[in-house]
Ligand binder design. Structure first.
Ligand code: SAH
Ligand code: SF4
Ligand code: F3S
Length: 477
């Protein structure tokens, strides 16, 4: 198979940060691509973070605009795109597995077009591997050029070649792209792209490029539209939302944005992810002042040990982290705090791990995503010596999870016998005749009800049972 390489990823370019302001571009599609997808079906499989979910909604929007229809049989669609994640080795393994299955499908249906998008192609070694050994993949596209999808598909159909376009320098901010949102009551709203933190273990600054903030006017316009469409909840997205605005010419920060969004009439505002160093007073004050900003904060800590935090390049200490959350809890006393933790960072000692356990007990997390450190090629931590055995890392993860799960349970117990407001998502998988949704504190709640008209509504539920992973309650009349 012939290759057409519009652009190849480069680790060197991905590392670079130029201080220039990133331009905003408005999405348009050329006339000649407008019927490209007529009578064809598409499917997008999404892996990784909410940023990827939001990107998939844009890709779906672009595809539907040029005629594709969403497939009811995703593994047999005419066009299958995997929107991938490179955060950890096991995330990537899963995706290689799905690609293996798709290879078989393509043998049965040679006209099927297979594309790989998202963070994996941004890695030099992945794209090289695809070019060398994955002949059945037709399209390789990265995180910076979704707007080129019609052009790249056109090339793939016309030339029957493998088309590659992966750009490693920052990428413009794309506005006005069509979107097909998954939900009719909850929406992702990107407020910024990229990451400039360079935590030493993390691949994201290389796969997503420089931090760049959307203009406030574009964000407000999007949220006002969502309100007029009846949306109840938005989640503001960015790898480090607290850095929002730092790259803008005007002085306008994340806290300012929360105050302005509160006035749009949207009922619930969430945001993810926060970086402890950049969580500032105005943001905390906004969490107190703005009724629509929900009393939940996901604040990844990664480790409770100062030496590990330093080697991770997290730029805060255990003490600073505790100080920030205590300060916030003064303003939002019922705050639900969740976090991310990595165990087995290179050469983490038993004592250093014990400091993480201590932190978990002191910080009163009500949930955490916990991970075993995974080596990512090209990151600084990948070349740090590491003497911890796999067995030891698994043991640490298990031990940590015991404490973390206790926190989940405590976080649910405190709502026993209280009436909470639940935004109804739909029928629950927790049993016949049950529905589910989330409370302001982001607690998953199941309740007996079969009235589908409540989907997308906020209802009052009295909590009767608290389990580790969810709460159960009764609908108040
Ligand atoms: N920008 C967000 C999170 C991005 S990735 C933040 O800074 O909080 C989500 C989580 O994956 C991280 O918080 C971290 O806990 C974990 N993670 C990232 N790189 C990892 C790696 N190489 N190995 C294990 N976990 C990792
Ligand atoms: Fe990765 Fe750190 Fe950026 Fe989060 S803040 S995306 S962990 S580099
Ligand atoms: Fe994964 Fe990329 Fe998100 S690596 S976590 S999909 S930014």
């Amino acid at each position: 198979m012939k290759n057409i390489k519009f652009a190849m990823p480069s680790l060197k370019d991905a590392r670079m940060r130029k201080s220039k302001i990133v331009p905003t571009i408005r999405y348009t599609v050329e006339e000649k691509y407008k019927t490209l997808g007529l009578n064809k079906s598409y499917a997008i499989f999404t892996y990784g973070c909410q940023g990827n979910e939001a990107d998939s909604e844009v890709m779906a929007g672009i595809l539907e605009e040029i005629g594709y229809e969403k497939s009811s049989d995703p593994m047999n669609a005419d066009l299958v795109i995997l929107n991938t994640c490179a955060i950890r080795e096991n995330a990537e393994q899963r995706i290689w597995g799905v690609l293996g299955q798709l290879k078989g499908k393509k043998r049965e249906n040679p006209d099927m077009l297979i594309g790989i998008a998202g963070c994996m192609p941004q890695e030099e070694n992945t794209t090289n591997k695809i070019l060398e050994s994955y002949g059945f993949i037709d399209l390789v596209i990265g995180t910076h050029n979704k707007n080129h999808l019609p052009k790249l598909l056109f090339e793939a159909y016309m030339t029957k070649a493998k088309v590659v376009e992966v750009i490693s320098s920052e990428g413009e901010i794309l506005e006005d792209a069509p979107k097909v949102r998954e939900s009719h009551h909850k929406a992702w709203v990107n407020i910024m792209y990229g990451c400039d933190e360079f935590c030493t273990y993390c691949i994201v600054p290389y796969t997503r490029g420089k931090e760049r903030s959307r203009a406030k006017e574009d964000i407000l316009k999007e949220v006002e539209e969502l309100v007029s469409l009846g949306y109840k909840e938005i989640t503001l997205l960015g790898q480090n939302v607290n850095a929002y605005g730092k790259d803008l010419e005007v002085k306008y920060t994340f806290g300012d944005l929360l105050y302005d969004l509160d006035k749009t009439g949207i009922q619930r505002i969430r945001y993810t992810t926060s970086h402890p160093r950049d969580l500032d007073e105005l943001t905390m004050q906004a969490m107190h002042d703005c009724k629509s900003v929900m009393p939940h904060l996901h604040l990844p800590v990664q480790s409770g040990d100062n030496e590990i935090l330093r080697r991770m390049n997290r730029k805060y200490t255990y003490e600073v982290y505790m100080e920030k959350i205590n300060q916030l809890r003064k303003l939002v006393p019922d705050l639900a705090l969740t976090t991310d933790i990595i165990v087995g960072f290179p050469n983490e000692t038993k004592e250093q791990f014990a400091n993480t356990l201590k932190l978990v007990q002191n910080a009163k997390f009500e949930g955490a995503y916990t991970f075993i450190y995974s080596k990512r090629e090209g990151t600084p931590a990948a070349s740090m010596p590491d003497d911890i055995t796999e067995e030891e890392k698994h043991k640490r993860l298990e031990e940590l999870n015991i404490y973390v799960n206790q926190g989940y349970l405590e976080g649910h117990k405190r709502f026993l016998n209280q009436v909470v407001e639940v935004l109804v998502d739909g029928p629950s998988k927790n049993g016949e005749g049950m529905m589910c949704g989330y409370t302001p504190h982001l607690k998953l709640t199941h309740f007996k009800c079969e009235d589908l008209s409540l989907i997308g509504q906020i209802v009052k539920i009295k909590i009767t049972e608290a389990k580790t992973w969810f709460m159960i309650g009764e609908l108040c009349e």
